[in-house]
Design a protein around this ligand. Structure first.
Ligand code: 13P
Length: 289
């Protein structure tokens, strides 16, 4: 299978009232685990790459090539998009050039007029290359690669303005935050989500900060028009927990347990299991490939 734009899988999810997982990747272990998990469950998938992760993986081009080669090696048959997560104006252009099949332009920190102007230009560029594009209105709370936002709730009128530019899917802050949710989190603002879905006349919406949002809340968000859910922290946490357990159990000390292929295996297996469970129980995208 070749890498595909995310438009078709997301539009189908929106019509079918389920959502596609956008799991962030960091390295070969992450790519393998997420692809194998989605192949096992026959779920389409989006692999999210932040600008920081692209740098860590030695550039956009290497990220694209790694994903393509790993898909070939495992005969992956489910639709896969490689998507720039929270791209800057310059980063989006570079990722498009390097062969990404989907990009997000996060102009939420610009004044709305500038966000609209830059979004418009990048939407035209992405569509001229046949790739999908996501834009953002209203910040997502928490911290993502050094970009800190207070997690405002998006203004539906601004959402409509960006939606009308022809963006394929729209990220709008509704009280969601990146990273772990605090004990006293107020939850998602479903009234605003419903209003955004209404004024954008059924634009597929994106829920960032998926890690730690309870299953029932994710399902309610999908009913109200969310068709893409981003998950990053959750994969990092299960990887770290499984690796810590391996070391605390002393398994790195005997039987060549220090071999990196053995040392990184429990963490990678934990990511694969998380992805399999998440697409099945939270997103409903299993068997939709
Ligand atoms: P989490 O790290 O909270 O899952 O958020 C991921 C995300 O939204 C990436 O854009």
């Amino acid at each position: 299978m070749m890498l595909v734009s995310a438009t078709e899988m997301i539009n189908k999810a929106h019509e079918g009232h389920y959502a596609i997982g956008a799991f962030n990747i960091n390295n070969m272990e992450w790519i393998k685990a997420i692809l194998l998990g989605c192949e096992a469950k026959k779920s389409p998938v989006i692999l999210g790459v932040s600008e920081g992760a692209a740098k860590y993986m030695c550039g956009y081009k290497n990220a694209v090539d790694m994903v393509k080669n790993i898909m070939d090696f495992y005969n992956i048959t489910v639709p896969v998009a490689i998507h720039l997560d929270h791209g800057s104006y310059e980063g989006a252009k570079k990722a498009i050039e390097a062969g990404f099949t989907s990009v997000m332009f996060d102009g939420s920190h610009y004044p709305i007029e500038e966000n609209i102007e830059k979004s418009k230009e990048l939407i035209e560029l992405a569509h001229s290359k046949g790739i999908s594009i996501e834009c953002e209105v209203g910040g997502i709370g928490g911290e993502e690669d050094g970009v800190i936002s207070s997690g405002e709730v998006a203004d539906p009128a601004e959402c409509k303005a960006v939606s009308d530019l022809g963006v394929d899917f729209l990220a709008a802050g509704i009280g969601n935050i990146h990273g772990k949710y605090p004990e006293n989190w107020a939850g998602l603002n479903f009234d605003v989500l419903a209003e955004i879905q209404k004024v954008t006349e059924g634009k597929p919406l994106v829920l960032h900060g998926g890690s730690g949002i309870p299953q029932e809340m994710v399902k309610e968000a999908i009913v109200l028009g969310v068709s893409k859910v981003n998950i990053n922290t959750e994969c990092q946490l299960v990887f770290a927990d499984a690796t810590r357990k391996y070391i605390e159990d002393g398994k790195d000390l005997t039987n060549k347990g220090w071999d990196p292929r053995k040392l990184l295996k429990p963490g990678a297996e934990a990511i694969q299991k998380l992805v399999e469970d998440y697409v099945t129980d939270f997103l409903g995208s299993a068997n939709k490939a």
